[in-house]
Design a protein around this ligand. Structure first.
Ligand code: CP3
Length: 341
């Protein structure tokens, strides 16, 4: 089988077209997904390989995208960790962690979690791989140690990450112990996803951009590096993603990743200068999908022109598809990319 455009780009090779996929491409903006959600919660879908498979394939069937991403959630390991996880309706559906990490002793109490504790995810990967039948590659994923720690400590989503930073600054030893526990867990989980059939991996460090470069380097980078190093033992490409990372891009690339994800705040060519020897993924503003067609096309064209056909570019949004997005807008983006905008 010839190398897919997505994997070619991940490996820094010229692809026969610019590959496109969308972070959070399976989800509430699709009516097919909302149909399933009427009868199953987000956790039910994750726990049931047949449903996870169905939802993973929805965007692959609907759009001409170049990769599938496993339907799961970065917070699933919190269940075997004993932290408790739910997504109550209302409150925007955000996660609630019932027993957050508050003091260093909470870190010592964490059980060893192995990939088999999320066997349902691995079963979903195998099933999706079979159902995809080689149409497009499958991306497995996990949360990066920092972003996981932020949810574990805050007990849910946060704006200012006060508790996370308080923990990091006041009990650095416990912080490093927590992040190194997460790094090993995530690394092994990613390897298991590849063994189950994933063709590439993405490490989501969505909120790491709230840190200064100095804090990133001393509190986070060694743990992201360790997670990626373990993941790389499975010999597939790894995408290392974060948002608000303009100042961190060089350090993130140092920590690892064959491809670095960039949001929309930095022009893609400027971002790429920070890691010229890696691939780049991004960087369309997810809210550009709400703009008039000319504006949307202009933004896609700007990205394509700045890349200038250089090998190693994966077209994506700078962060996930937002729930009110009109699916047709994604079709337009794909067309514009294919036409070279
Ligand atoms: O196609 C896909 O990407 C879907 C698979 C996927 C989900 N979560 C399913 C989900 C992926 C890749 C994730 C990653 C994830 N989860 C991240 C990193 C990516 C990012 O957006 O930064 C984060 C931070 C989470 C944690 C999380 N899960 C939050 C904060 C929320 C609630 C807010 C939101 O984004 O909706 C979730 C719930 C969640 N996970 C939903 C989906 C489709 C929506 C819940 C629903 O269906 O009701």
């Amino acid at each position: 089988m010839p190398e897919s455009p997505f994997l070619a780009a991940c490996n820094g090779r010229k692809a026969d077209h610019t590959p496109v996929w969308f972070m959070r491409q399976a989800g509430r903006y699709m009516k097919e997904y909302r149909e399933i959600r009427k009868k199953a919660s987000i956790l039910d879908i994750c726990h049931t390989p047949e449903l996870a498979c169905e939802v993973t394939l929805q965007p692959v069937n609907r759009f001409e995208i170049d990769a599938a991403i496993l339907f799961a959630d970065i917070l699933l390991p919190f269940e075997p960790l004993g932290l408790g996880l739910s997504f109550p309706e209302g409150r925007g559906g955000g996660p609630v962690i019932d027993r957050p990490i508050l003091v260093p002793a909470d870190v010592d109490r964490l059980p060893d979690v192995s990939p088999g504790d999320m066997q349902y995810v691995l079963d979903a990967v195998s099933l999706i791989k079979k159902e995809l039948a080689g149409r497009v590659p499958l991306i497995g994923f996990a949360g990066a140690p920092f972003t996981l720690a932020s949810y574990a400590i805050e007990g849910g989503s946060s704006r200012s990450f006060i508790e996370t930073k308080r923990f990091m600054y006041s009990t650095p030893e416990a912080w490093h112990s927590l992040l190194s526990t997460f790094a090993e867990m995530v690394g092994n989980y990613l390897v298991a996803q590849v063994e189950a059939g994933a063709d590439a991996l993405q490490l989501f460090d969505s909120w790491v951009g709230i840190l200064s470069q100095h804090d990133y380097e001393r509190f986070v980078a060694p743990h992201s590096k360790r997670a990626i190093e373990i993941a790389k033992s499975a010999s597939v490409p790894v995408i290392h993603f974060g948002t608000n990372t303009r100042e961190l891009l060089g350090s993130m690339a140092q920590a690892g990743g064959d491809v670095i994800g960039v949001d929309w705040r930095t022009p893609i060519d400027e971002a790429w200068k920070e890691f010229p020897e890696r691939g780049v993924q991004g960087n369309l503003d997810p809210t550009a999908l709400f703009a008039p067609q000319d504006e949307l096309r202009a933004q896609v064209r700007d990205i394509m022109e700045r890349v200038g056909g250089r090998a190693g570019h994966i077209f994506n949004l700078g962060h996930g598809v937002l729930p009110p997005t009109e699916p047709d807008a994604l079709d337009r983006v794909i067309d514009y990319v294919r036409e070279g905008a």
